[in-house]
Structures are given as structure tokens and as C-alpha cells.
Ligand binder design. Structure first.
Ligand code: PDD
Length: 285
């Protein structure tokens, strides 16, 4: 069934949606994106995603012509028009269409595209079995804190994972795991969750932030530090977080079994708590 999508002010059937071949998002990857989860027809932590969008756009000097309230309203309208109960909303803003020239155009209007993707996330089969991960070198640029639409390195990493029978790739740089190709990487040691500090080397995950926000209600502790791949292979549990996977247990890395090859209690519990918050709109207020 055809979706209703949003393009530059209009709600259209997906087959009628068009943007220019000169769009700088297409030509240069000169744009920013966000993916927000929808659970039970409700947006999850959308404000935090939009705050990250504003920050990313600021970092590439792309002035957003839409207020946060306007963007939330478009999200809500797409949920309604597509009867979306569960899945994601993809948002992409580019610097707009202009004849090809690297420097910023003076007269372009930003392009805004949004669409829904229905997906069963709360009942995902993968959450029951856990996922497999492979490692690869992190070949991305040095501003990974910006959610840029330049995704060639993650595309290659995910393809490598798919061809290896895995669902995610953990990227490694300077001997430590940076993050998943499209997720935040975590390991568990006893009652302690470990994930690396935020910097230009990783995307500041909204799901990471949500997990940390509700951690006070649990007896888990958080240690913010880098970890090596060997440490992950040795960990009691590993898991990933993202707007599409929520909290997802990892049961194998590079063919090595983690936690007896079954999802561990920590990831299972964190996923349950995350889902409880998500059904109410999120953990970030
Ligand atoms: N990816 N790190 C990277 C490189 C990501 O691409 C993502 C999300 C995350 C997790 O961020 P969040 O918790 O805010 O979703 C971490 C989205 C889901 C995507 O590209 O589809």
C-alpha cells in the first residue's frame, strides 16, 4: 500500500513525491537526517531527536526554516495519515537544490523530506534470539557527532555484516570499538554497563541517553569509557541501542559466542524498561 510522505510542505502519495536532481543532499550528501521511533502510535523522545537535528544542522551551518513545533506537527500528521502504530519516521533536510558548486549556494531553500516505515520493533524476533555482530575498521570521517546523510561507510559495514550472516557491524578505531554502523555499542560487566564517552568520534545516541536517564531506577551502574573488541568478546553481555533496534542483545561477535549464545538478563531487563517508557512517549521528558 502506498504511503503518504512529506516533501517541502506537501503530503503526497509516495509515488508522486519528487525532489530535484540538483538537490545538494543527492549531489554532495550535504544534509542531515534523523530517525524517530513510533510505538503505540506515539513518538518516542521526539524532542531529543529534534534537538540533535538542530545541533547537527548548526554544525554544518544549515539554517532550519522550521520550528521544533512545526516539525513535531509533521511527524504527528504522518503518523495519522499512515495509521502508523509502530515503526520509524525518517526526516532528511538538505541545503536545497542549486547548480552544482561545492560552496554554499546563496539562494537555495532547504529541502525537507519525511516518511514513515512501519516495523514491528517491540515484538522483534531478533530480540528473542539476539543478534550477531562482526567487527570492521571504522573508515568514517572525523565528525561522526553530526548525523550527516553521508552514509557510505556504514552502508559498506552493514553489507559486510549481511554477507557475514550478521545484523550489525561494530567499527573499531585505534584499538577500541567506536560504535555500531547504525547503533551505540555497549558491554556489561557484572552490574556495570560500559559505553564510550561522547565525542566527535560517535553519534550521541538518543536511545543511549534514554537508557542512562532511567538507570537510576535500576541497580545497574554506568561506566563511561572506551572498550576494546577483546574486552567485548570477554564481556558477560553485549548489546546495542538505537531508535530502530531499541535495546537489542548481541549474542555473537566475529563468530565468538557471548553469554552462552542467548540474550542476557541485563539486556532483556533494559529492553523491558525502555519499552515501558517508550509506550508513554519516552524517557527524556
Ligand atoms: N542510526 N550511532 C550511529 C552511527 C547511528 O547511525 C545511530 C542511529 C546510533 C543510535 O542513535 P539513536 O539511539 O539516536 O537512534 C548510534 C539510525 C537509527 C539510522 O541510521 O537508521
Amino acid at each position: 500500500m502506498s504511503r503518504t510522505v512529506y516533501v517541502n510542505g506537501a503530503y503526497l502519495p509516495e509515488e508522486d513525491a519528487r525532489i530535484s536532481i540538483f538537490d545538494r543532499g543527492f549531489i554532495f550528501g550535504d544534509g542531515i537526517y534523523e530517525v524517530s521511533a513510533v510505538i503505540g502510535g506515539k513518538l518516542v523522545d521526539c524532542e531529543a531527536h529534534l534537538a540533535r537535528l538542530e545541533r547537527s544542522c548548526g554544525e554544518i551551518r544549515l539554517a532550519l526554516p522550521w520550528s521544533k513545533a512545526e516539525l513535531v506537527a509533521i511527524h504527528e500528521e504522518l503518523i495519522k495519515r499512515n495509521n502508523l502504530d509502530e515503526g520509524g519516521i525518517y526526516l532528511q533536510v538538505s541545503r536545497g537544490a542549486a547548480d552544482r558548486d561545492f560552496a554554499f549556494p546563496t539562494d537555495a531553500t532547504p529541502t525537507l523530506v519525511m516518511f514513515t516505515q512501519a516495523r514491528n520493533m517491540s515484538g522483534a524476533a531478533a530480540a528473542k534470539t539476539g543478534i550477531k555482530v562482526v567487527s570492521c575498521e571504522d573508515i568514517r570521517w572525523t565528525r561522526r557527532d553530526i548525523k550527516s546523510v553521508n552514509l557510505l561507510a556504514p552502508v559498506l559495514a552493514k553489507q559486510f555484516a549481511a554477507e557475514s550472516g550478521a545484523q550489525e557491524a561494530w567499527m573499531v578505531e585505534d584499538g577500541v570499538v567506536t560504535e555500531g554502523a547504525s547503533s551505540t555499542a555497549w558491554i556489561v560487566k557484572g552490574k556495570t554497563l560500559v559505553s564510550r564517552p561522547l565525542s566527535n568520534k560517535v553519534l550521541p545516541g538518543i536511545t543511549r541517553k534514554a537508557v542512562l536517564a532511567y538507570l537510576g531506577e535500576t541497580d545497574f551502574k554506568f561506566e563511561e569509557r572506551t572498550f576494546t573488541l577483546d574486552e567485548a568478546l570477554d564481556a558477560e553481555e553485549c548489546f546495542i541501542t538505537s531508535a530502530t533496534s531499541l535495546v537489542m542483545p548481541v549474542v555473537q561477535i566475529d563468530g565468538h559466542t557471548i553469554h552462552n549464545g542467548a540474550p542476557g538478563p541485563t539486556a532483556i531487563r533494559l529492553r523491558e524498561i525502555y519499552l515501558d517508557f517508550a509506550k508513554k512517549g519516552g524517557a527524556l521528558g
